[in-house]
Design a protein around this ligand. Structure first.
Ligand code: BEZ
Ligand code: FE
Length: 304
């Protein structure tokens, strides 16, 4: 039985011919990936009876996706995100045992080497939004503190933009890198997260429009947490009660990642400072997993 028959698709000479041409691929994994891609692509074209005009439209669309990418914008990741592929790959690669903090999409707005802050400092850098005090602990699977984890945090401002989306902004805003203390504790000031739309001014926006979908993400704060001996965690914390929790444009919400963000009237904040305007607090603990014994090498920057 051919591979195509085993997949439940019809036997077709063109598919068999391409698969045969791939047979001498030296790397076994490359061979498996390319053969599966060809089988599924051909099955898609047969199932949909793809026309030449539709094929050309798809080529033009992917060309536009590539042309939209710059060193500040990654439209291919955005495409993967809105198709649910990023979240599928994240889920497949990060099975989280009960009690562990679940992973979610990385997104396109992380910046390597963001400014470093001491615990308790304000990472907002003047970004618009109501102040928010964030605190928590980084723990291991048995609830033990994980000392000195590196915590990378980033978010959009009150108008729904990341600093990297603002042309001409000289300094980082609402992002930073902190180091947890010896008990795994961390704390910092930022601004409260708000729901925002993913970029819609490119081909992915046109795709959302053509399929009747909205572009909104529910309010969230991004975290990337790394500590020796533990799996690196890439996740968000979402605002309970916010809009779009059940229709995130990129399918990133996990119920375990939804937390209470509490609004307070002016008064004394948890760090003892006097606040003359309303402020928010978020308290969230992260539970890391031990590093796999022979974890495969991972690229410096995740792509999903
Ligand atoms: C984000 O949360 O930053 C994001 C994730 C996926 C696509 C666009 C934005
Ligand atoms: Fe985000």
């Amino acid at each position: 039985m051919s591979a195509a028959d085993a997949e439940g698709t019809e036997h077709h000479p063109i598919t068999e011919a391409v698969l045969a041409r791939l047979a001498s691929t030296p790397d076994a994994r490359t061979h498996a990936l390319m053969a599966a891609l060809v089988r599924h692509l051909h099955a898609f074209a047969r199932e949909t009876r793809l026309t030449e005009a539709e094929w050309f439209q798809a080529v033009s669309f992917l060309t536009a996706v590539g042309q939209t990418c710059t060193d500040r914008r990654q439209e291919f990741i955005l495409l993967s995100d809105v198709l649910g592929l990023s979240m599928l790959v994240t889920d497949q690669n990060h099975a989280t045992p009960p009690g562990g903090t679940e992973s979610t999409v990385f997104g396109p707005f992380h910046v390597p080497d963001a400014p470093r802050f001491a615990l308790g400092e304000d990472i907002s850098g003047g970004a618009a939004g109501e102040p928010c005090w964030v605190q928590g602990r980084v723990l291991g699977p048995r609830g033990e503190p994980v000392p000195h984890a590196q915590i990378d945090v980033w978010q959009a401002d009150a108008e729904g933009f990341y600093d990297v989306q603002r042309e001409g902004l000289a300094q980082a805003q609402a992002r930073g890198v902190l180091r947890a203390d010896a008990d795994g504790g961390f704390r910092f000031w930022t601004i409260v997260a708000e729901a925002y739309p993913i970029p819609t001014d490119g081909p992915v926006g046109r795709l959302l429009e053509a399929t009747g979908r909205h572009p909104w993400r529910p309010a969230h704060l991004h975290f990337m947490i790394a500590a020796p001996g533990h799996e690196r965690l890439i996740t968000h914390v979402f605002r309970r009660g916010g809009r779009y929790l059940d229709s995130d444009a990129v399918f990133g919400v996990r119920p375990s990642l939804i937390a209470d963000w509490i609004r307070h009237e002016p008064g004394t904040a948890p760090d003892g400072t006097r606040r003359d305007a309303p402020y928010w607090t978020l308290d969230f603990d992260f539970v890391l997993q031990p590093a796999a014994a022979s974890a495969p090498a991972r690229p410096e920057e995740p792509s999903a």
